[in-house]
Design a protein around this ligand. Structure first.
Ligand SMILES: [Zn+2]
Ligand SMILES: [Zn+2]
Length: 398
């Protein structure tokens, strides 16, 4: 095993106040997916101040890629942070509260950006001895906007093509400062759907003259829940959730249409394919059996985030070398999805988690909650893990 760089934690402590200040600035100025213009400028300024060899901007609208070429020959490793905030009105009363009404960094992407900028600073200071190249990816539009795929399509992996990619998410269910790593599946994949059923409206007392889209819809909803229980291999996790169902306006009227939407979560692409096929045949078949019609819009989201075991091991060893075995735990797959998976379609890598929960300080609210806030002390762990993992990877590959 490569030993922990002895000076790394000391240097992290030194730069941490700046990292926290950056996070608070970004927290005050949140921007929605693919509109992160100020955030993008902020990142470019920082990288330019650090004297980066190359800074590419405007990728997928607001994405930024910084390239740091080490003084020694070696491989290329990519580190990624996502940049976007959410359409949520912040309910925290803190001095760094969001200044934009209805927009909030409620997932922790403000911390991701500032931690990656911190890692960029630490690695720049070690540039002369660095055996290889580090690509810093600042990705817009993670929250359902497909930012990762857009960056890949824009060619960020063409030159240089990284040999490995790493990223982390601050995680509010995990104790502050604990590093959580999975060998394979880290997060589920997601597809989404939207359906409109058209029947025939009429008087609530004369159902025989109508085709009731609510009854059709209810039958479809029940049947859709058999996709997981009857069509997925029971050893593989999966979820079908309907998040909306809308129909009708009056209690004594049978409406003409009903509509619903939802998501399918899965880990394997075969599950996604089976789910789509079963979905379409259930919706169309049941609607037809009632004499109704159904219009389906089905959206391919992102694949599951599946780590490469050897890359998970690099993260694990980095964590143990820096913080000891007690601070590194074997993670459990997370139900939500993450488009970091798009990068790992092309390059081996690992997406891991750094705990930010601190009950005694009151940081207990989950991601996407209007009271979400993190224990900023965890950011020292995040910065060290990003810089440490890149260094360890390059050193073990030289
Ligand atoms: Zn989120
Ligand atoms: Zn997130």
């Amino acid at each position: 095993m490569v030993a922990a760089p002895p000076d790394l934690l000391r240097d992290v402590d030194e730069i941490l106040p700046g990292v926290v200040a950056d996070r608070r600035f970004l927290h005050q100025h949140p921007e929605l997916a693919l509109q992160e213009y100020e955030t993008s400028r902020f990142i470019v300024d920082r990288l330019t101040q650090l004297g980066f060899d190359e800074v590419r901007t405007g990728i997928a609208n607001t994405g930024v890629v910084g390239i740091l070429r080490g003084g020694q020959p070696g491989k290329t490793v990519a580190l990624r942070a996502d940049m976007d905030a959410l359409p949520i009105d912040e309910e925290n009363e803190v001095e760094y509260k969001s200044t934009v009404s209805g927009v909030m960094h409620a997932c922790g992407h403000d911390a991701h950006v500032s931690m990656l900028l911190g890692a960029a600073r630490l690695l720049t200071e070690r540039k002369a001895d660095l055996p290889g190249t580090v690509m810093f990816i600042f990705q817009p539009g993670e929250e359902g906007a497909g930012g990762a795929k857009k960056m890949v399509e824009a060619g960020i992996f063409n030159d240089p093509k990284p040999d490995a990619v790493f990223g982390l998410h601050i995680w509010q269910d995990t104790p502050s400062g604990v590093v959580e790593v999975m060998d394979t599946v880290a997060m589920s994949g997601i597809d989404a759907f939207q359906v409109t059923i058209t029947g025939k409206g009429g008087h609530g007392a004369q159902p025989h003259t109508t085709i009731d889209p609510i009854v059709v819809g209810a039958s479809i909803v029940n049947a859709l829940h058999t996709i997981v229980s009857r069509s997925f291999d029971p050893v593989l996790p999966g979820v079908v959730t309907l998040g909306t169902f809308h129909a009708g306006q009056a209690s004594n009227v049978i409406p003409a249409t009903a509509s619903f939407s939802g998501t399918v979560r899965f880990v394997q692409p075969e599950q996604a394919a089976v789910a789509r096929e079963r979905f379409e045949s259930l919706v169309l078949g049941i609607a037809a059996s009632f004499g109704a019609t159904a219009e389906i819009a089905y959206f391919n989201g992102t694949p599951a985030t599946i780590n490469t075991p050897a890359m998970a091991q690099v993260v694990r060893e980095t964590g143990i070398a820096l913080f000891g075995e007690d601070r590194v735990i074997e993670g459990k797959m997370k139900g939500p999805s993450e488009d970091f998976s798009e990068f790992m379609q092309l390059v081996p890598g690992c997406y891991f988690f750094v705990g930010s929960r601190n009950e005694s300080k009151g940081y207990i609210w989950g991601h996407h909650h209007p009271k979400f806030d993190i224990d900023e002390d965890a950011m020292a762990t995040g910065v060290s893990m990003l810089a440490g993992t890149a260094m360890r990877y390059l050193e073990t590959q030289r």
